[in-house]
Design a protein around this ligand. Structure first.
Ligand code: DX5
Ligand code: ZN
Length: 224
């Protein structure tokens, strides 16, 4: 039920292929790839050519989180490179309806991310076009930041919207997720978790992924 997507932002970039194999063997459900453009967010990472290389070694879905603006002209590049899930930011496009439809037309799952300062109301007319909503629990740009508690209220609100409409949209949380706070985030209604530093800072990836899943499952079961 609970899915864990390790963010390779905190992996060893000189050994990305090996790191992906290691977290897959350790129980990762997807591989979270953070694309940053130095414009939408104050950091630079990687783009479609690197994703295409990662797609050759990954056996789990590539969960590509693009923190770049504009995004619309590059959507096809990311899907062609191998994104199974392409998550774009609501703040990075003037035409989110068209962008989400385009991702589907190209054959990928469409995710929509919202920053800590963006109200959930932006989902009102877009939720039905998504396979995944990503509630950011840090301001995007860097790994290793602290979870912003206010995100819990947003997770609850998005969960209510999804359930009220009877949709099968996954609710992902990204930023500051650790074994000791995943319970609360899952209890609020999230079912898909990104974890970067929590996984890659540990010597034993399997142990930390198992802890995340166990605590996440317990939180999901305790949902109100
Ligand atoms: C932040 C990225 C995250 C980041 C999470 O902008 O979108 O995916 O890697 O890292 P942690 O889990 O360390 O907060
Ligand atoms: Zn991310």
């Amino acid at each position: 039920m609970i899915k864990i997507s390790p963010s390779i932002l905190s992996a060893d970039f000189a050994r990305l292929g090996e790191e992906i194999k290691a977290v897959e063997q350790a129980g990762a459900d997807a591989i979270h790839v953070d694309v940053m453009d130095g414009h939408f967010v104050p950091n630079l990472t990687l783009g479609p050519p690197v994703i295409a290389s990662l797609a050759k070694v990954a056996t789990r879905p590539l969960d590509v989180h693009v923190m770049a603006a504009p995004i619309d002209p590059y959507i096809a590049d990311y899907v062609k490179a191998g994104a199974s899930i392409l998550t774009i930011h609501a703040e990075a496009t003037h035409h989110a309806d068209r962008a989400l439809n385009l991702i589907h037309e190209l054959g990928a799952k469409a995710g929509l991310a919202i920053n800590p300062g963006t109200p959930v109301t932006v989902l009102e007319d877009l939720l039905h076009l998504t396979d995944l909503v990503l509630v950011m629990s840090v301001n995007p740009g860097f790994g290793g930041q602290s979870f912003i508690p206010r995100a819990l209220e947003k997770i609850k609100a998005v969960r209510r919207m999804i359930d009220a409409r009877g949709l099968k949209v996954e609710l992902q949380v990204d930023g500051g997720i650790k074994p000791d706070n995943i319970f609360t985030a899952a209890r609020a209604g999230a079912d898909f978790f990104v974890a970067g530093s929590a996984v890659f800072s540990q010597p034993d990836y399997a142990k930390v992924i198992a802890q995340l899943k166990k605590n996440g499952e317990a939180g999901w079961a305790a949902r109100v």
